[in-house]
Design a protein around this ligand. Sequence first.
Ligand code: SF4
Length: 359
Amino acid sequence: MTARSCHDLCRRIARRIEALPDRPVRLMEVCGTHTVAIHRAGLRGLLPPRLRLVSGPGCPVCVTPQTYVDALIELAGRPGVRVATYGDMIRVPGRSTTLERAMARGARVSVVYSIMEALSLARQAPAEQVVFAGVGFETTAPATAVGLKLAADERLANFTVLSAHKLIIPAMTALLESGDLAIDGFLCPGHVSVIIGADAYKPLAARFARPCVVAGFEAEEILRAIDLLVAQLADGRAEVENAYARVVTADGNRRAWALIEETFEPADTPWRGLGTIPGSGLAIRAELAHLDAARRFGLEITAREDDHGCRCGEVIRGAIEPPECPLFARTCTPANPVGPCMVSREGNCQACYKYSRAL
Ligand code: SF4
């Protein structure tokens, strides 16, 4: 990134905004990594006040419903069951506790960096049931798919996955259908788009007449994508453009997508803050039902939330900014998080606390 090119881009964006009708322009980034990059680079402060960057449901830990966390906690307390999860999940509050606090009381939880580690745990301890917490969007689902196929091939009898994998486009659709958020365009996620491809946004752009631009993660790349979005608004266009073509193709990674389709099928799934969205989740296919923790252990994940005053649901929808939550930076901090948006490194509240609190 050069300061000069960023400065030039900001000036061009400002000129374009000035030429638009006099109303706020709201662009939503639907990727937690974008949210962090925007806060870290201070991009909001460089853009014209009329242009609002709004963070959406792009942090996988944040959108995972509370009942899923409760299910993991309950499982980890069952005799002979071990939960294997990525690190961020252990601090996310369930209804009354966290996996971390449950661990301190003797619940079996292992923090892993991949599903392969969870498979190793299962191989090493055949008397234990290992449940892998499958969380994330299209980016992490292919790795879970590989793990499921390996477990099936090896006939591992003590390994299951509790899938909370989600699809981003149904969530974007649900936000637009709700009609109360006034989103003028989307900064589309770089990582997810590697898998689904830039063309995947075309139906959404056409149906709702909203421009979509796939963006990289450097400040200059984000500004370029914003510039393209604003140019489309100025021209009255609603197209899909790919400003991250060095990594994202039009079709995406067909091999990774085939893996997802072999192991998962779309399902109605609850999201924190968004309720249950039709076809927005990835459920393990019936052929692999023996590897599905929800089926094996009789678990039901619902959209019920008991938020203890936490307003993550509204933060995730882009309905409020983190400082509008009364708990932000008071009782809720990264050291003592009340909600997932402060727990996760990709959460809007944590990013705002770390990089933008003074703004
Ligand atoms: S500041 Fe804390 S309590 Fe408030 S919405 Fe964010 S995570 Fe939830």
